[in-house]
Design a protein around this ligand. Structure first.
Ligand SMILES: [Fe+2]
Length: 269
């Protein structure tokens, strides 16, 4: 499948760099990203490509690594005995997801074709507006399927040092699996621990927004300073999402120890 069959170009004319519809899309996304900390492009990927991705993820699912852990919202698993037990850094919550790494996904997968397409990378770089983007060159990280079975969830967390996170919804769960976000929970200058604690304990639900995630919808969000989570999934339909990692420099690879926690011990040596 080629990129022309994957992008819904009738709605999003991204193959022509100067097309007014493309430029308007970039403007809208930039504005949303600034105001809301996320932007989304509904129906960006064709039904045909989504069906291939869904079928592929379900077929590969038995080989996925079940990443099941307790962690705090800063993605650490250790308790800090010097802080009160109810401090945000000491609140441990469950995360349970199934990861299919880059090396487990066939090279001709529409998910990889989408990620490696220069027109997609260029569009994202203009939306994020922080300079040129490059593919990640780690053996496991660039493109993943992240799957949620019944009772899986991803508890509130901040993403580690990525300037932005990009995901594609491929299949929704029967119930649950909502993507929720509390925009600007902290800033680069202030950790806002009290507010973070309130979000974690459900006492700041008025600040959380539920981000629409229909199949085919591409989402770019600033997850570094905005707590976000995927609520618990229920039902026996797999929630399937594609996750893409772009870099601001060429040749970037991940830390092997971090990779082992995400993709399992098979990735070491
Ligand atoms: Fe995240």
């Amino acid at each position: 499948m080629n990129i022309e069959e994957i992008i819904n170009a009738d709605s999003y004319p991204i193959f022509d760099p100067e097309h007014p519809g493309r430029l308007a899309l970039i403007e809208q996304c930039r504005s949303d990203l600034k105001k809301k900390q996320y932007c989304s492009i509904p129906g960006f990927v064709s039904t045909l490509a989504l069906e291939c991705m869904r079928e592929e993820a379900e077929r590969l699912q038995p080989e996925a690594f079940h990443n099941n852990s307790l962690r705090n919202c800063y993605l650490h698993q250790q308790i800090d005995p010097d802080l009160p037990i109810d401090h945000a850094r000491n609140q441990q919550d469950r995360s349970s997801v199934r990861m299919l790494a880059y090396d487990q996904i066939p090279d001709d997968s529409p998910l990889k074709v989408f990620y490696h397409a220069s027109c997609v990378r260029q569009l994202v770089s203009e939306i994020v507006n922080e300079g040129e983007l490059f593919d990640n060159e780690d053996p496991y990280q660039p493109v993943n399927y992240v799957c949620y079975q019944d009772q899986d969830e991803s508890s509130w967390h901040f993403d580690a040092d990525n300037s932005f996170t990009m995901t594609l919804m491929i299949q929704r769960a029967l119930d649950g699996g909502d993507f929720e976000m509390s925009p600007n929970t902290r800033s680069d200058e202030h950790q806002n621990y009290d507010h973070v604690s309130n979000v974690l304990t459900g006492n700041a639900s008025d600040t959380a927004v539920s981000v629409s995630r229909e199949p085919g919808e591409l989402c770019i969000f600033r997850g570094c300073n905005s707590l976000h989570r995927v609520s618990p999934v229920s039902g026996d339909r797999l929630r399937v999402m594609g996750v893409f990692v772009y870099e601001f420099a060429p040749g970037v690879v991940g830390d092997p120890e971090v990779n082992a926690t995400i993709y399992g011990s098979r990735v070491i040596g």
